[in-house]
Design a protein around this ligand. Structure first.
Ligand code: PGA
Length: 258
């Protein structure tokens, strides 16, 4: 096994009221506190914006648990009604921010340029981006997954200095697998993860490519996490639906080979 950070991140999306969110976090904490297994795995929770601060406070006391926002503005500050900036997110205690999720790219028409600006602002304000890339079903049908994933990576991240790039976590999430119950096979996941790592190696060298965590996302759950996490280039998961249940999310955290 590599010495890369192992990470399980829960993307709660637009789910849970405030009290449900607090309850879920306490349930997860309770299970993790009792078990201690895989203490070293980084656990990241990405709740909706209004809960960031309180969940950060409530998460204290468990090793290696961090809070992430699900998005940030591509603007620094000012008259952008409804937007939430990277500096605001940092100021309430979050350490990570998901950027470029396919739901943002598809429903909110975020472009490579938009997500690139978000990455720059996140890093400026000391947030680590969890940068999402992944091809659509159509792309895969046309065998264009390498090209699509490659350009998402290079267009929005490869302008970064090596010290900046080393703070980024990559999440490979094939769009056809998100929320569909169809998971990429271990062969498909490993193939793309290795491809991503090889592009990073070409640009930033072996040391940085070898230490970049690349997560898999898309219908990852307690049943398939173990086999996915056994793939040599899969360093954990970005979990949607299955992160909304404390027992299942904890089981995924416990799925890393010891
Ligand atoms: P899913 O979502 O686990 O529900 O497929 C993953 C994600 O969108 O990050």
């Amino acid at each position: 096994m590599s010495n890369r950070k192992k990470i399980v991140a829960g993307n709660w999306k637009m789910n849970k009221t405030y009290s449900e969110a607090i309850t879920l976090l306490y349930e997860v904490k309770d299970i993790l506190f009792k078990s201690k297994k895989n203490d070293g795995v980084l656990k990241i929770i990405a709740p909706p914006f209004p809960y960031l601060h309180d969940l950060h406070e409530a998460s204290k006391g468990i090793r290696n648990i961090y809070i992430a926002a699900q998005n940030c503005s591509s603007e620094e500050a000012g008259a952008f009604t409804g937007e939430v900036s990277a500096s605001m997110i940092k100021s309430v205690g979050a350490n990570y921010v998901i950027i470029g999720h396919s739901e943002r790219r598809i429903y909110f028409k975020e472009t490579h340029q938009d997500v690139r600006k978000k990455v720059d602002l996140a890093l400026k304000h000391h947030l680590s981006p969890i940068f999402c890339i992944g091809e659509s079903a159509e792309d895969r049908k046309e065998n264009e997954q390498f090209e699509v994933v490659g350009s998402q990576l290079t267009d929005s991240l490869f302008h970064l200095e090596p010290t900046e790039f080393s703070k980024v976590v990559i999440a490979y999430e094939p769009v056809w697998a998100i929320g569909t119950g169809i998971t990429a096979t271990t062969a498909q996941a490993q193939e793309i993860h290795l491809f991503i790592r090889s592009l990073i190696e070409k640009k930033y060298g072996k040391e940085i490519s070898g230490s970049t965590s690349i997560l898999y996302g898309g219908s990852c759950n307690a049943k398939n996490a173990t086999e996915l996490f056994l793939c040599p280039d899969v360093d954990g998961g970005l979990i949607g639906g299955a992160s909304l249940k404390a027992a299942e999310f904890s089981e995924i955290i416990h799925s890393f080979p010891q």
